[in-house]
Design a protein around this ligand. Structure first.
Ligand code: ZN
Length: 325
């Protein structure tokens, strides 16, 4: 391996995509309980009778964005090796007391607070079984509050802090993270191995636990509450293609670069089976809606516009909160 030339690395979390149950319950939880803004209402580009719902900060800053495909007919997922089993969010220092009360008032089952790597952490689940956590951090973030959030700006979710992976083996995943994607090992705590990339204004962490007693997942989609994939930030298309090239040269199988309209994407499975994506920061969510109106109408990529009538007729109605910024 020639390490003389600098190679591109990822720059933190871009977005995470998970599978939800009922879309209305999903909207209600993320906007009305967690106070995140629905910044994009679209459809699954491979299955356009399914919504693709994007929740983020006030403007959809990279790294704040948790997206869902609601597939209520799927069974509930069970966490397995080869999956992302939890998505911890960042909240400001001193916010957990507010969130304990808010989540309890909204009948969310919360677990006991934990200390992870010295950070106060409150684990809980969304209504469809996705494991989440709120972690108090003061790291530097690209963040704009959502002015219509029911959560005051000082307590709003700042974006994703990390993704937590269960794996059968540590070695191959660790090698990918550290030798290909640009992570450094930060430490170990309670059987979790923490890796980080350089601070870039969004979540920088991947955490891995070896769970050899759990069978590897055979169901690639998972069920409701499963994470579908995690996307990592790339500055631009050129950098993404360079890293794609390198991922191919170490024996993994990256997809061609796909134009997702709001960003360009490359997908690949890491050695343990988790689906990763590389996604460019630009052009971003304001490419087809201005900032004030993000999320207010059903947005389709230009290639699907000619099917709009049929697509809209096949989607269930959705009651969304006031969305203008
Ligand atoms: Zn994605």
């Amino acid at each position: 391996m020639n390490t003389a030339e600098p190679r591109p690395t990822v720059h933190g979390l871009h977005h995470v995509t998970a599978i939800a149950g009922d879309p209305q319950e999903n909207v209600d939880f993320y906007t009305r309980v967690l106070g995140m803004r629905l910044v994009k209402k679209s459809v699954n580009q491979d299955a356009p009778d399914t919504y693709h719902l994007f929740y983020a900060d006030g403007v959809g800053s990279p790294g704040t964005d948790l997206t869902f495909f609601p597939w209520p007919d799927l069974p509930k997922a069970r966490p397995r090796a080869g999956q992302i089993v939890e998505v911890p969010f960042a909240v400001p220092q001193g916010s957990l007391a507010y969130w304990q009360e808010r989540l309890t008032e909204n009948d969310v089952t919360i677990q006991d607070e934990e200390m992870r790597f010295g950070e106060r952490t409150l684990p809980f689940e969304d209504p469809h079984g996705l494991r989440l956590a709120l972690v108090e951090t003061d790291d530097d973030r690209e963040f704009e509050p959502w002015t219509h959030s029911p959560v005051p700006a000082e307590h709003q979710v700042r974006g994703m802090h990390a993704v937590r992976l269960w794996e059968h083996e540590l070695g191959p995943t660790e090698t990918l993270l550290t030798e290909v994607m640009g992570f450094e090992k930060i430490g170990e705590d309670d059987d979790w191995h923490r890796y980080g990339v350089e601070d870039s204004g969004s979540g920088t962490l991947a955490e891995v636990k070896v769970v050899d007693q759990h069978p590897r997942t055979s169901n690639r989609v998972g069920g409701t509450g499963a994470v579908h994939h995690a996307a990592w930030r790339m500055r631009d298309s050129e950098e993404e293609l360079e890293l794609r090239d390198f991922i191919g040269r170490v024996g993994l199988q990256p997809s061609p670069q796909i134009d997702r309209h709001w960003f360009k994407s490359v997908y690949f499975r890491e050695p343990g089976g988790v689906l990763f994506e590389l996604a460019t920061d630009g052009p971003g969510f304001t490419v087809d809606e201005d900032r004030e109106n993000l999320g207010t109408s059903l947005v389709l990529p230009p290639s699907m516009e000619d099917q709009r009538e049929e697509i809209e007729a096949n989607l269930p109605p959705l009651d969304t909160p006031q969305l203008q910024a």
